[in-house]
Design a protein around this ligand. Structure first.
Ligand code: NDP
Length: 246
């Protein structure tokens, strides 16, 4: 039997990039997967098709993480669709970089709503369905550990907030047998961070390995935390960053 056979995962931002890789990897490991997107409904539908081709159930919905009611509703609908919820991956995120004085209150609201409030709300919603063995996995950033270049004030603030959320959830949910962990990816080749983008050479230079990682590298650690190997890991932050923070 596959290690996640019978488990149900919910992945925010599963249409592209890291979330897509996470959704597919959890399905390969046996889970049924619900995923969200914002605008990318066609990409999300293609991920659903590929998961179904693996013999797993899959379901996608467009739900803007900036809208708490939409996030809550998506979690509830996924749990209703599959009859349970075991793994929540708070992956959807936005990166707004720039000099601190140039960032508007609207930028601040947008980034904090998507990167912080949505994981908070999704965790609340998921906990109404999760039982013993549940897993909450938040996707942070290497910028929460080391702000290696300027322009990261808002983004790093949002990702650092996930440290407080993750540790608090770990404490509060431990007695219920539910774990909460945080993954800090380094430069990962996605639409958000193309390996030939303007800042790519700088980012590559800050890693110990001297190269970008792939979405599947992050997905492998999500799979580890979600599976049996993650049963005694909680409240932890795990870097999948090629040594960016070293
Ligand atoms: P991408 O921009 O490539 O993909 C983002 C995904 O999130 C898409 O599926 C997108 O959906 C979804 N999404 C974005 N905003 C919303 C929203 N408001 N509501 C619902 N879904 C949304 O990003 P990555 O895969 O690169 O990043 C994933 C996570 O990893 C983010 O939290 C990011 O901060 C973090 N990270 C990424 C790094 C990197 O180098 N790539 C480094 C460190 C952290 P749609 O297709 O509909 O737009």
């Amino acid at each position: 039997t596959a290690v996640l056979e019978g488990k149900v995962a919910f992945v925010t931002g599963g249409s592209r990039g890291i979330g897509e890789a996470v959704a597919l990897r959890l399905a390969e490991d046996g889970a049924d997967v619900a995923l969200t997107c914002q605008h990318g409904v066609e990409r999300a539908a293609s991920v659903v098709d590929r998961i179904k081709a693996l013999g797993r159930r899959a379901w996608a919905v467009s739900a803007d993480c900036a809208d708490p009611a939409a996030v809550r509703d998506a979690v509830d609908r996924a749990a209703a669709e599959f009859g349970r919820l075991d793994i929540l991956v708070n992956n959807a995120g936005v990166g707004v970089l720039g000099p601190v004085e140039d960032l508007s209150p609207a930028d601040v609201d947008r980034v904090l709503n998507v990167n912080v409030r949505a994981p908070f709300i999704a965790s609340q919603a998921a906990l109404r369905h999760m039982t013993e063995g549940g897993r909450i996995i938040n996707i942070g950033s290497c910028m929460a550990e080391r702000v290696a270049f300027s322009g990261g004030s808002l983004y790093a603030t949002s990702k650092t907030a996930l440290t407080g959320l993750t540790k608090s959830l770990a404490r509060e949910l431990g007695p219920r047998g539910i774990t909460a962990n945080l993954i800090h990816p380094g430069p990962i080749e996605t639409d958000m961070n193309p390996s030939d983008g303007p800042g790519a050479e700088t980012q590559r230079g800050f890693t110990a390995l001297g190269r970008y990682g792939q979405p599947s590298d992050v997905a492998a650690t999500v799979a580890h935390l979600a599976g049996a190997g993650g049963r005694y890991i909680t409240g932890a932050a795990i870097a999948v960053d090629g040594g960016f923070a070293a």
